[in-house]
Every structure is written in structure tokens, then in C-alpha cells.
Design a protein around this ligand. Structure first.
Ligand SMILES: [Zn+2]
Length: 118
């Protein structure tokens, strides 16, 4: 799970990239440049997905292996790391929360994963 900037995703066309407040009309998205029409949330989801893919491709974020995530979950339960550590990249949780389902665990939190007493 990635956290990507969600700013203007509700106004940006997922087809041509045109970003304008007029593209958004309540729950409908209708691009004023290319004419794309979609549900606003559907369009925004495409924008978010595209940004996430771009971030990975540009290596702005590091995708953790699944195995490691499962391991970290145990560590979190043991109270060895805070689930509320801000992630790097300058995206506030509230911003990200606006458009994508939140991963309950924060990536890029404490790097110490070894539970004590092993
Ligand atoms: Zn468009």
C-alpha cells in the first residue's frame, strides 16, 4: 500500500490530465477538454492509481515486501512501534485519506522490527 498525493485528484482528468475545478460537478466528473465522463470517485481513483504507479516507477517510494509487512504487524501489536509515525514524502494522513483507503499501518515508520525477547 502506498500513500500518494491526492491533491486535485477530484478535478484532474484521468484521460488527458486536464485539471480544472469545472471538471467536477458534484458526483459527476466531466472533462472540459477531452469530454471524458465518469463518476467523480472513479476518475479520482484512476488518478491516484496512476500517481502511485508513477511514484514506484520513479523510485520515490520503496515498496515493502509482503513478508516484511506481516512481520511488522506483529511488532505493532507488541507495542514496539507507533502506528502513527508520519510517512516520508510530505503527504499528510488527512490528505491521503481523502481519496484512498488507508493502510492501518504506516509505512516508513520505525525501522526497528525485531520484537524484544526473541
Ligand atoms: Zn480530459
Amino acid at each position: 500500500m502506498l500513500q500518494v498525493p491526492a491533491a486535485y485528484s477530484s478535478q484532474e482528468c484521468s484521460r488527458c490530465g486536464h485539471t480544472h475545478p469545472g471538471n467536477r460537478d458534484a458526483q459527476r466528473f466531466a472533462c472540459q477538454r477531452c469530454g471524458l465522463e465518469a463518476h467523480a470517485d472513479t476518475n479520482a481513483a484512476r488518478i491516484i492509481a496512476g500517481r502511485g504507479i508513477g511514484m514506484v516507477r520513479d523510485q520515490k517510494v520503496v515498496v515493502k515486501a509482503r513478508k516484511r509487512v506481516a512481520y511488522r504487524r506483529r511488532a505493532t501489536k507488541a507495542g514496539l512501534e507507533s502506528p502513527d509515525v508520519p510517512v516520508e514524502g510530505g503527504v499528510s494522513r488527512d490528505e491521503a485519506k481523502a481519496d484512498i483507503a488507508q493502510c492501518p499501518r504506516k509505512q516508513e515508520g520505525a525501522t526497528t522490527t525485531a520484537p524484544s525477547g526473541v
